[in-house]
Design a protein around this ligand. Structure first.
Ligand SMILES: Nc1ncnc2c1ncn2[C@@H]1O[C@H](COP(=O)(O)OP(=O)(O)OP(=O)(O)O)[C@@H](O)[C@H]1O
Ligand SMILES: [Mg+2]
Length: 312
């Protein structure tokens, strides 16, 4: 385990922002922390990086308790904060250099790593420019460069793609994958289901200060559904056809209405081929076919009772 959070509690007056939260992140993972506004994501990340104190709990990074050796560990963590933290009156290069120094880089290595980080986020040709003229996406990318020039083992990213153009967003998602391939472990918070689904090796769903479920995207999806719905439009439907489909192993329900056939089946029972054969034999034809897949969105909705989509 690269990061172990055990029973973290953080209270703001009488509001429990982090409520007995435990989470482990393995070396080499991209762990997604997915939760709506106010779930406690930023508070959790700030506790890990020492920006916020906690009321209770223990944190081990690289197997070391941060209470005992916080300063040394911090040199090996990179934080991309939710609020962009760059200086408008320093150039892009000066910004990255500033943060590189904070993380302990000096001399020729500092220069080299600064250049590498700027190239990595696609801002190499803008090194001498001031970020006040940058687009939102470019500022975000500079924010990332500032957090990674020291090549940290653990990179913590707090909603790095909020409110930016799709091109910068894709660039950032690709960068996260590259950082992982190059050996970093990433803790990535977001309330965009699709991107978490796309890049994260594991996902923890957070709500009201607690982790309410975790696993791979597939594990989370099978957690809530072992069934799938197959809907077909046919040239014609007759009752023998419906009866024959009902007899198939794995079919839980089947009914036909006008030209629409609906089959509820156990997931992964590979029934579509058999159903198509029966339809073919009956002399009918399939005009359209749709299988309702379980999405991460529906997992979230089932677990929390709320939708994530409009919260941003
Ligand atoms: N400094 C603070 N003082 C009082 N309450 C706070 C403070 N910081 C956060 N909170 C509260 O703690 C809860 C968790 O906030 P946090 O910022 O960690 O959520 P989040 O999951 O990061 O949300 P978002 O998606 O909006 O960034 C919220 O109810 C918030 O209002
Ligand atoms: Mg936040």
């Amino acid at each position: 385990m690269l990061l172990e959070l055990d029973n973290l509690v953080k209270r703001y007056e009488n509001h429990l922002a982090v409520d007995h939260l435990s989470l482990n992140v393995r070396e080499g993972e991209i762990m997604g922390l997915l939760g709506p506004n106010g779930a406690g994501k930023t508070t959790t990340l700030n506790i890990i990086t020492g920006l916020t104190g906690m009321d209770h709990g223990t944190i081990r990074v690289f197997g070391i308790d941060i209470g005992s050796n916080g300063q040394e560990i911090k040199q090996d963590i990179g934080l991309v904060p939710q609020e962009i933290a760059i200086f408008d009156d320093l150039t892009a290069k000066e910004n990255v250099t500033f943060f590189g120094k904070l993380y302990g880089l000096r001399g020729a290595l500092l220069k080299e790593r600064t250049r590498e980080a700027l190239d990595f986020v696609g801002l190499g040709s803008r090194a001498g420019q001031f970020p006040r003229n940058f687009s939102g996406g470019m500022k975000r990318r500079l924010n990332i460069a500032c957090a990674i020039s020291h090549k940290p083992r653990l990179i913590i990213m707090d909603e790095p793609t909020v409110g930016i153009d799709p091109q910068s967003r894709n660039h950032i998602l690709e960068s996260v994958r590259t950082l992982q391939r190059e050996g970093s472990t990433i803790l990535y918070t977001s309330h965009y289901m699709e991107e978490v689904d796309e890049i994260c090796t594991r996902i923890a769903i957070m709500d009201q200060g607690r982790i309410i479920a975790q696993g791979t995207s597939e594990e989370l999806k099978t957690m809530i559904s072992s069934e799938e719905k197959i809907e077909m439009t046919l040239s014609e439907i007759n009752y023998t056809l419906v009866d024959e489909i009902k007899k198939l192993e794995g079919v839980l329900e089947c009914h036909g209405e006008e030209r629409k056939l609906t089959v509820l089946a156990r997931k992964d029972s590979g029934l579509i081929g058999q159903i198509s054969l029966i339809i073919g034999h009956s002399g009918s034809e399939i005009y359209s076919l749709q299988v309702d897949k379980v999405t991460l969105e529906s997992v979230f909705l089932t677990l929390t009772g709320k939708s994530l989509r409009d919260t941003g």
